[in-house]
Design a protein around this ligand. Structure first.
Ligand code: NDP
Length: 450
């Protein structure tokens, strides 16, 4: 980037930082996007004159609320609830709810901001939003989780609706939590509508929605591999996390002939050089989704290595699939991965790589798919769930999976269109940011000062 553009980015970021003090993840997400877009915006005065970037970095609406609930000992607990309604230029706000003790305004604003670009890339009519709470479902009984979810929805219901804002799951919010929140919404509104996605299959959910983010992440990596006439066959893959995204990424890698050798949680990682096959993955799903135990128990059961307190990036691999959380992969990790021969990174988590790691991947010209492109399969399939709810007609597994696959292929094409370098390599960060921006920016201009 030349000095003039760098100065523009710095000026823009100074304003963002002054207006959103202390929200470091939001600053990080905005800076990455602005660095990719500044040249494009400077060359296209219609975006510059309409101050689209300034408008896109200001949420349309932020809702913060108290969530009181009674624990199993009859003690009153208080959490904080949030919903960021970031941008509705191309459709109702759409994005997940995260329940995790680290949740704060800055984290949710970064996620909502990323969501706007991601949703645009899917080519479906979805605006961007995100929400959640600092509530920690870990260690809570089902009854306590239900009490919390009911209280959370008792406030949230007045801000959402199938044509207004349609939340889904994220970290700490899976089928159980969506069920409790959907039940409460239905009870208050006396309406059975598609107000949440990720619903159970017998009550408005879509086939393939649980699988979608992990499957999509692997489909995207497969498209990146194809640009080098390569495939997943016999590829060694390192996966972080062991939740929804990590589980189904592992399943799809196995289907495509690769081998996943690690999984992790916030306590540490397991390394199983023999590979996490179908049977072992079934155990992981039971361990994490039913027993709600720790990944260490996998190592105890299968007699493999468990490394406490570390991330898995030191394990030799061809493909890395970060699928746990933001900033889980730093510059040292990026260097180790590449020194060990890794040449594909496809992000299932949102912003898992630090800015320095991203810069290194781009400099080394490896196949690096940023989360807003590579993990868009989850929200895309949520969009397909909304379509089925509106039609009141469920689609079969092949139909939904086929559409998901096609959407991921198209997102990859968009990244190539806007991110191709002069030497033929692809900067997927630039491609995803410009590709996601244009549709939203044009809609904002068409709709006047909104
Ligand atoms: P889950 O709650 O199902 O799983 C999260 C996994 O990440 C768990 O293994 C968890 O370990 C680990 N983890 C969470 N926080 C941390 C942390 N601070 N440090 C280390 N490990 C951590 O969430 P999902 O699988 O749904 O989400 C994973 C990522 O994918 C998130 O970044 C999310 O935003 C992103 N994503 C999810 C989508 C979806 O459809 N679910 C869609 C698009 C993106 P532990 O159990 O110890 O907390």
């Amino acid at each position: 980037m030349n000095a003039h553009l760098k100065e523009k980015v710095d000026q823009f970021m100074a304003q963002v930082k002054a207006k959103n003090q202390g929200e470091k993840e939001f600053h990080q997400a905005v800076e990455e996007v602005v660095e990719s877009l500044i040249e494009f915006v400077e060359e296209n005065p219609k975006y510059k004159d309409a101050r689209i970037l300034e408008r896109m970095t200001e949420p349309e609406r932020v809702i913060i609320f108290r969530v009181p609930w009674l624990d199993d000992n009859g003690v009153t607990q208080v959490n904080r609830g949030f919903r960021i309604e970031m941008n509705s230029a191309i459709g109702p706000y759409k994005g997940g709810l995260r329940f995790h003790p680290t949740v704060n305004l800055g984290i949710l604003k970064f996620l909502a901001f990323e969501q706007v670009f991601k949703n645009s890339l899917t080519s479906l009519p979805l605006g961007g939003g995100k929400g959640g709470s600092d509530f920690d479902p870990k260690g809570k009984s089902d009854n306590e989780v239900m009490k919390f979810c009911q209280s959370f929805m008792t406030e949230l219901f007045r801000h959402i609706g199938p044509d207004t804002d349609v939340p889904a799951g994220d970290i700490g919010v899976g089928g159980r939590e969506i069920g409790f929140m959907f039940g409460q919404y239905k009870r208050i509104k006396n309406e059975f509508t598609g107000v949440l996605t990720g619903k159970g299959i017998d009550w408005g959910g879509s086939l393939i929605r649980p699988e979608a983010t992990g499957y999509g992440q692997v489909y995207f990596a497969d498209e990146m591999l194809k640009t080098r006439n390569d495939s997943f066959k016999n590829k060694i893959c390192v996966v972080s996390g062991s939740g929804n995204v990590a589980q189904f990424a592992t399943e799809k890698v196995n289907e495509l002939g690769g081998k996943v050798v690690t999984l992790s949680d916030s306590s540490g990682y397991i390394h199983d050089p023999a590979g996490i096959d179908k049977e072992k993955l079934e155990y992981v799903m039971w361990l994490k989704n039913v027993k709600r135990g720790r990944i260490k128990e996998y190592a105890d059961k299968y007699g493999c290595e468990y490394v406490e307190g570390k991330t898995p990036w030191g394990v030799k691999c061809d493909v890395a699939l970060p699928s746990a959380t933001e900033n889980e992969l730093n510059l040292d990790d990026a260097k180790t991965l590449i020194d060990n021969g890794c040449f594909v990174i496809s992000e299932g988590a949102n912003m898992p790589s630090t800015p320095e790691a991203v810069e290194y991947f781009i400099e080394k010209k490896v196949l690096y798919g940023p989360g807003k492109a590579a993990n868009a399969g989850g929200v895309a399939t949520s969009g397909l769930e909304m379509s089925q709810n509106s039609m009141r007609l469920p689609w079969g597994r092949e139909e939904v999976d086929g559409r998901l696959h096609e959407i991921m292929i198209n997102i990859h094409k968009t990244c190539v269109k806007y991110g191709k370098n002069d030497d033929g390599t692809i900067n997927y960060v630039k491609g995803a940011n410009i590709g996601g921006f244009i549709k939203v920016a044009d809609a904002m201009i068409a709709q006047g000062l909104v």
